[in-house]
Design a binder for this molecule. Structure first.
Ligand code: PNS
Length: 162
């Protein structure tokens, strides 16, 4: 039974995340999406909201579980019997941080491998940060996120303006 952890902030989930996740399900029997609570990053969506958005997106994907975590990622991975951490790599600009994180995680636990997966090329320019900015400025985010995430963003940002 091969298990991978797909960790991230997912604030919010994008089509790029779903593409990487779908690719990971082809390699692993079980993939746990581990949403970092990351309160220090002041996420737009609470951890519970991010979990809810992800669960809705993967409700038809039987091998995917969604959870929130804090603490060290390698500890979480070990507790859940995972052999690998999956991270999406969009461009060279992602590489330096990802490389550093992968090597640090390997130093912390050499039994857990980090695997990088490239999203579909038409998704490589999507990021949660830019999607939030476009939504805040009233732009169309429909091509970049699932419909229920678009609705949640509009509701959240509308609520913030009041
Ligand atoms: O989507 P993000 O914000 O790029 O995800 C970063 C994340 C959550 C994967 C990273 O910050 C993380 O692993 N946090 C957990 C704490 C930890 O283990 N830190 C050491 C990593 S080298």
């Amino acid at each position: 039974m091969r298990t991978a952890i797909y960790p991230g902030s997912f604030d919010p989930l994008t089509n790029g995340h779903l593409d990487v996740l779908h690719r990971a399900t082809k390699l692993f029997h079980r993939v746990i999406v581990a949403i970092a609570k990351n309160e220090s990053k002041h996420p737009l969506f609470t951890a519970a909201e991010r979990v809810g958005l992800l669960r809705e997106a993967v409700s038809q994907w039987p091998s995917v579980e969604v959870d929130a975590f804090d603490g060290l990622l390698v500890d979480y991975a070990r507790r859940h019997g995972a052999q690998a951490i999956v991270r999406g790599l969009r461009a060279v600009s992602d590489f330096e941080f990802e490389f550093q994180m992968a090597l640090m995680n390997r130093n912390l636990d050499e039994n857990i491998e980090t695997i990088f997966m490239m999203p579909k090329d038409s998704y490589t320019f999507i990021s949660s940060r830019i999607v939030k900015e476009i939504a805040r400025l009233g732009g169309n985010i429909r091509p970049f996120v699932p419909g229920h995430v678009e609705a949640a963003l509009i509701k959240k940002l509308g609520g913030q303006k009041k």
